[in-house]
Design a protein around this ligand. Structure first.
Ligand SMILES: Nc1ncnc2c1ncn2[C@@H]1O[C@H](COP(=O)(O)OP(=O)(O)OP(=O)(O)O)[C@@H](O)[C@H]1O
Ligand SMILES: [Mg+2]
Length: 455
């Protein structure tokens, strides 16, 4: 029998702790001390979240062929800059103490602050949330297709969502059925869109049957909307456009529209017709994340694209207000970071910092300031807004870095839609020896508050 073998990327530090895990037991029987209780989507295979010294990974059991295949595809998708979970390792040659072989496993990094769609609401999925989920999935699908990736099993369950300035950003979590091509044919793309439409309809109908769907949501209508969203976006990104000579500004307008959508134009192909009167452009979209990259370059903040756009807008108004349009952009960005962004993040009490990512907190503080200023009829200073945001908004929110759903606190009636086993230990927070939190621990209010505010 082949010995246990762990194949990992050297860049993944978390892989170093993998040999210590109980690979000689089936994943479904791993002791609670290794497991982290985080919300998980529905799946055919056994999937568990496992805590390592300084990170959490997801472990999925599958056949050797499929584990290797998914690992390889995820590595390539990462290289193509597509949002997906990060592969850590492949574990093969597993056997129990009697020498009976056990299924190989794929290890991926747990995507921080991400939630399966069923954990994004408690009582029911409302129409605006449903629409935003579908929109995010359409963007992901377009990005995958631009990279030449045929997904094959597009669904809400195979996607993870992170908050992105009031919208969602979608990540591919299940690549098992995918294929990477040089370029996709229209037929392949249409096939994925059709699979998405059917799966979303099925997923929403399941929610409906279990009474988790707001009555005003029509599953078929929402599912159908992915078709339009996808095509509009695809056309905007890749469509050919003709215009008269002298209308060059339209090229610029097109590029700006693409940037607004979060895409970059790497190359433009311009051809003139015989008479030289008409010009055709065909943008070659390289990848998404225009705003994210600019923010990262200027400040080192790694944010989702919409968050990045909000932060950059704030930075731009800082530049305008301090009349420094002609200064070096990197120097002004540094000052904005020190004088505006950092003070807001520092105004968040340490114990609340796990609740949301700093970039999302900053975005919400900006929104809160706008709302409070309107109420007060005067401009509320940013730090004052940050303090009132902490008291009025953030104190009511759950941790999203690692949403802890402890059995004692969890309203299982409401959260049944999310897979989680009773034997999994909570990831963070102290649980008393009797399994209950201190009565005055704000954590309990927080989760109850979250459950009731996410209807
Ligand atoms: N790296 C990760 N980070 C966060 N969550 C993850 C990660 N990997 C898996 N999950 C969770 O586990 C669930 C199941 O994973 P996945 O879809 O890969 O399993 P599967 O058994 O292949 O599913 P299917 O039934 O579609 O074949 C996901 O929906 C997601 O909620
Ligand atoms: Mg899946």
């Amino acid at each position: 029998m082949a010995p246990l073998q762990i194949t990992a990327l050297t860049a993944e530090r978390s892989a170093l702790a993998l040999p210590d895990l109980p690979w000689d037991a089936p994943l479904s029987r791993w002791p609670a001390e290794h497991l982290a209780a985080l919300p998980r989507g529905i799946s055919r295979h056994v999937v568990r979240f496992v805590r390592l010294a300084d990170s959490v990974v997801a472990v999925k059991e599958n056949t050797e062929e499929l584990v290797r295949r998914e690992y390889g595809l995820l590595r390539m998708l990462r290289r193509l800059d597509v949002p997906c979970v990060v592969p850590v390792a492949v574990v093969t040659g597993r056997a129990d103490p009697d020498g009976e072989p056990l299924d190989p496993a794929l290890v991926t990094q747990h995507l921080q602050f991400s939630l399966p769609y069923r954990a994004l609401f408690s009582q029911s999925l409302r129409p605006d949330t449903a629409t935003r989920l579908v929109d995010a999935l359409a963007v992901l699908l377009v990005r995958l297709h631009l990279a030449g990736f045929y997904w094959g099993d597009v669904s809400l369950s195979n996607t993870l969502f992170r908050r992105d300035a009031g919208e969602f950003a979608a990540y591919l979590v299940d690549a098992e059925t995918g294929e990477l091509h040089q370029e996709l044919s229209d037929g392949q793309r249409e096939n994925d869109v059709e699979v998405a439409r059917i799966n979303i309809a099925g997923e929403l109908m399941d929610l409906e049957a279990a009474e988790y769907l707001d009555e005003s949501v029509d599953p078929i209508e929402v599912a159908n909307s992915i078709v339009d969203r996808y095509h509009t976006l695809w056309e905007e990104l890749t469509g050919q456009e003709s215009f008269e000579q002298g209308e060059r500004w339209r090229v610029q307008a097109r590029i700006e529209r693409l940037n607004e959508l979060g895409f970059d134009v790497g190359e433009l192909s311009i051809s003139t017709d015989v008479g030289g009167a008409m010009v055709q452009i065909q943008p070659k979209v390289v990848d998404a994340g225009h705003h994210s990259r600019r923010l990262l370059r200027l400040t080192g903040i790694d944010a989702e694209n919409n968050q990045a756009r909000r932060l950059l807008n704030d930075m731009d108004s800082f530049i305008a207000a301090s009349d420094r349009q002609n200064d070096d952009e990197e120097i002004v960005a540094h000052d904005w970071l020190a004088q505006v962004f950092d003070p807001v993040v520092r105004a968040i009490p340490r114990k609340m910092r796990r609740k949301l990512e700093p970039a999302e907190v900053f975005h919400e503080v900006l929104e809160h300031r706008w709302y409070r200023s309107e109420q007060a009829g005067r401009d509320i200073p940013l730090l004052e807004a940050a303090r009132s945001y902490v008291e009025e908004v953030l104190a009511q929110r759950p941790d999203e870095q690692a949403l802890i759903l402890q059995t004692g606190l969890m309203d299982t009636g409401q959260m049944k839609a999310v897979g989680m086993d009773r034997d999994e230990a909570p990831l963070l927070g102290s649980t008393g020896p009797d399994g209950s939190d201190d009565a005055d621990d704000p954590e309990s209010d927080r989760i109850d508050g979250w459950l009731s505010s996410h209807g």
